[in-house]
Design a protein around this ligand. Structure first.
Ligand code: ADP
Ligand code: CIR
Length: 344
């Protein structure tokens, strides 16, 4: 399928509209991956949503090489990672130097660390078929059902879940929301809610989302600021799941994910933290966040607002830095933010 060069509004700031030149567009517009994924699909979310921060999604690992003239500069701009670089992993909890930054519990409400994963032999969500998505659900939920001890739990498919239960899980920050317009335009909401669901242990400290933006989002979370405990649980869970599944990984880009911001470690380590004083001086707040490679989100996840002076603070870089470094970025930044809040 060929298409014409998209028009973006004048005020568009997405990485897509910054890096999609007419030359790159011409060179890539008729290319198709082995799974049938095209440039038109890769850019559709950012074309439909000019307020995207990024605007592109991959349909498979091949998208990152076939459409490299577009993806590479976007990856460089987001992660500061060069096309010839190599990604290295270090998921060893013993290498982490991050005590609880708030032992009195005055600031940190909760800590959450998640990684994205996708099965090596199945296309990513934007290019997956309904049958393949359902196969992922079966394979992953079966693997999860074999976990034991504190990681043992149950799988709850979205289809058939009572509306009140869905709403409660979302408002308690455990479950993803429906209807995200960025994911919708990327084809990630096709056949909703079939094939999607959530697994969690009894305490809801270990959770796995199935077939949201990535096939798996593996999550460790708990109240308070014990980052080490959250990281160790996640490392253990990922290791256990690797025994029964092979995840898509490349030496260059690390774990392959549908959004280029998640490549590498695919890790987002966050705290929900009370910073009401800094919150009323966003310029100072953002300066500290930028200096420490942090992202500021609202209380209900990406594209949401703060409530009651509580913010979601997480590492921004995920590729070209190890898992330990992602958490270290978050920890160092949170220490600086608490210091700034205290001194106001
Ligand atoms: P993701 O982190 O998986 O990319 P979102 O930003 O959409 O996705 O967040 C998913 C959910 O996780 C939201 O309900 C959000 O409020 C919740 N969340 C994120 N960080 C924390 C945290 N530190 N404590 C509690 N809930 C959190
Ligand atoms: C966007 O481009 O705004 C959406 N597709 C979401 C991008 C991922 N968000 C992020 O900054 N990590």
């Amino acid at each position: 399928m060929s298409l014409t060069f998209p028009t973006f509004p004048k005020n568009c700031r997405s990485l897509l509209c910054q890096y999609l030149t007419p030359e790159i567009f011409e060179a890539l517009k008729d290319k198709t991956t082995a799974n049938g994924y095209t440039l038109a699909q890769a850019i559709h979310s950012g074309v439909q949503n000019p307020d995207s921060s990024i605007g592109v999604y991959a349909g498979d690992a091949e998208s990152y090489t076939l459409f490299a003239p577009l993806f590479d500069p976007i990856i460089k701009a987001y992660h500061g990672f060069d096309p010839q670089s190599r990604h290295y992993s270090n998921f060893n909890p013993d290498a982490l130097n991050a005590d609880n930054p708030d032992p009195e519990g005055a600031y940190i409400v909760s800590t959450r660390i998640r990684v994205g994963r996708n099965l090596a032999d199945i296309p990513l969500g934007p290019a997956i078929s309904k049958a393949q998505r359902n196969e992922v659900e079966v394979r992953v939920s079966q693997a999860l059902s074999r976990l034991e001890g504190d990681l043992g739990g149950s799988y709850y498919p979205l289809q058939g879940m009572r509306d009140a239960d869905t709403a409660q899980l979302i408002s308690d920050h455990f479950l993803f929301k429906a209807g995200d317009r960025f994911l919708e335009a990327a084809g990630l909401n096709r056949d909703w809610p079939e094939g999607r669901g959530i697994f969690h242990n009894n305490d809801k400290t270990f959770l796995v989302w199935i077939n949201e933006e990535d096939q798996l989002r593996i999550i460790s979370m708990q109240h308070g600021g014990n980052i080490g405990e959250v990281f160790s649980r996640l490392a253990r869970a990922v290791k256990a799941l690797e025994q029964s599944m092979t995840f898509s990984y490349s030496d260059h880009l690390g774990y392959i994910t549908s959004c280029p911001t998640n490549l590498g470690t695919a890790m987002r380590a966050s705290v929900h933290i009370k910073l009401p004083k800094l919150g009323s001086d966003m310029k100072a707040f953002e300066a500290i966040a930028d200096a420490h490679h942090l992202q500021i989100r609202g209380i209900h996840g990406e594209h949401s607002q703060s409530e009651g002076g509580i913010y979601d603070i997480s590492n921004r870089r995920r590729l070209g830095v190890s898992e330990v470094q992602c958490v270290q970025d978050m920890y160092d930044g949170v220490v600086a933010l608490i210091e700034a809040e205290r001194s106001r």
